[in-house]
Design a protein around this ligand. Structure first.
Ligand code: HEM
Length: 222
């Protein structure tokens, strides 16, 4: 199996998501595992960002509203990854670099990390068409596709409540939240809430992609 095959690429996306989720369970396994998982996921993401030819394609082709919106959202995610990477280096307890103002850098690290959940979800939603092609979604019977669509929508609705439980909504507004998961009481539900939140943003991303596609078709026939 080649590393470029659809199943290998989807497997890599699943590993990236699992590692990213693990990064948010900071108080479960502690700082060292957080730093190890964070370094791995950032390496994966940076490799994905730098190596997929997207940057070169930016300079080519015709610009439409759909392309501009999708590109801005992707650039925001790339910027966010850069911020998390730089602040990680600055606040790392393993590296212990003698830098001033680490409290502010830690705050930037937290808020950029929480925004990564939203931006990764939207990014997945924008690229859902490709994921569906990889999974041969169109080969499924219509009833199967409808059932999976309903399950995704149900999970997205749960994501609204899960975001509140995880304290995500104030954090996305750059405000503090007292929400803190008690990993001694349970572990799996934390990851369930995390998946629901990513699904909520993926559905939003899918909605944006569908609206832009519709706008594009409308302008093509106008
Ligand atoms: C995508 C990767 C990463 C994400 C999503 C992430 C996310 C987070 C979050 C949400 C927190 C706050 C934990 C809490 O108090 O609940 C945190 C704290 C922290 N992270 Fe990361 N992180 C990532 C990568 C890294 C890396 C690579 C390092 C270092 C090599 C690192 C070092 C730290 C440290 C030292 C803290 C504790 C800061 C403090 O004293 O409050 N992180 N991270």
């Amino acid at each position: 199996m080649s590393w470029r095959s659809p199943s290998a690429r989807l497997g890599l996306v699943a590993v990236m998501l699992a590692l990213l989720a693990f990064c948010f369970s900071y108080w479960w396994q502690g700082n060292l595992w957080h730093e190890v998982a964070g370094t791995l996921v950032l390496t994966f993401i940076l490799r994905h960002v730098l190596n997929n030819g997207w940057w070169w394609r930016l300079a080519r082709g015709r610009w439409t509203l759909a392309r501009a919106v999708a590109s801005v959202l992707t650039l925001l995610l790339a910027l966010d990854v850069l911020v998390v990477t730089l602040t990680s280096l600055a606040i790392s307890r393993s590296l212990s670099l003698p830098l001033p103002g680490t409290f502010t850098l830690r705050e930037i690290h937290w808020f950029a990390a929480w925004w990564m959940v939203a931006l990764v979800g939207v990014h997945l939603g924008l690229n859902a068409g490709r994921v569906a092609r990889f999974l041969r979604w169109s080969m499924l019977p219509a009833a199967g596709r409808a059932a999976l669509g309903m399950a995704a929508l149900g999970l997205a609705v749960q994501g609204v409540f899960s975001g509140a439980i995880l304290g995500l909504w104030p954090r996305l507004m750059f405000r503090y939240s007292l929400a803190m998961w008690d990993f001694n009481a349970s572990v799996l539900p934390f990851f369930g809430h995390w998946i629901a939140v990513v699904m909520l943003f993926a559905v939003i991303g899918r909605g944006i992609a569908t609206a832009l596609d519709w706008q594009l078709r409308r302008s093509a026939f106008a």
